[in-house]
Design a protein around this ligand. Sequence first.
Ligand SMILES: [Zn+2]
Length: 267
Amino acid sequence: MADFGRIQFEGVEGIRTGWKDHITSSFVNYRIDDTLIDCGPLRQWQYVKPFMAEKSIRQVLITHFHEDHTGNVRHIRDEFDVLASGHENTCRQLKKGFSISVLEKVFWGSTPKITIQPFPEQIVLNDGSEVVPVHVPGHCHDMQCFFVPDKGYMFTGDLYIASAIKFLHEKENLGQQIDDIKNILNYDFQTMFCPHRGVVEDGKQALNRKLEYLLELCGNAQHLSGKGMSVKEVTNQLLGPDSLAAYLTRFNFSKRGLIKGCLDVQL
Ligand SMILES: [Zn+2]
């Protein structure tokens, strides 16, 4: 575990923490004035806490319930007296609690059960700019992107990560994710803030590249499958073979999962 340093873009500050300085092994907490976006994983609290303590935080907005985004919700409530807010599905999920794999427990840590509050009717930053939550349920049922029209910002939760993803979790819905990306591309933004990738200054173009990549992958996968190839064969041809990690997790998060998802998408 380590602090991989700060991120600064215009008025947005970030801190990247995690196991490795890599997109899937680390997490960026973003702060604009007195607003924090997501809470970071529980195991990174020792680094997130001093970052939090630098400025007084008025509101914490949650993109979705996953443990890397919500692990410190309770710490922030108990030590900084700020109760996070989220979509009603996020509130329900965090109140009920959720289980994660042993690997995820070691890696990020579990989010403790907690009651958070629903988003207020209007979310505003310190300077009066409005924050508009947009529901994008393809990654998980509660996920939100946060659009800041005055600044051309889009906080994308786990919608982006990379233009050319290679893996899909079995709980993700690829067809819905493609619809989510199309939906977000309708908004007038330039800069994308991804909690794994970091700040993407040509955000709209990057998200558009992801859409094109996914549509092409779906087309190719469906074409090969139509010729009688198995999912494993299509995966090997388009993405290369799955690693040992995919076998160990019983293909929960795998290349094969992404190809399966591609075969279910209606083009
Ligand atoms: Zn997630």
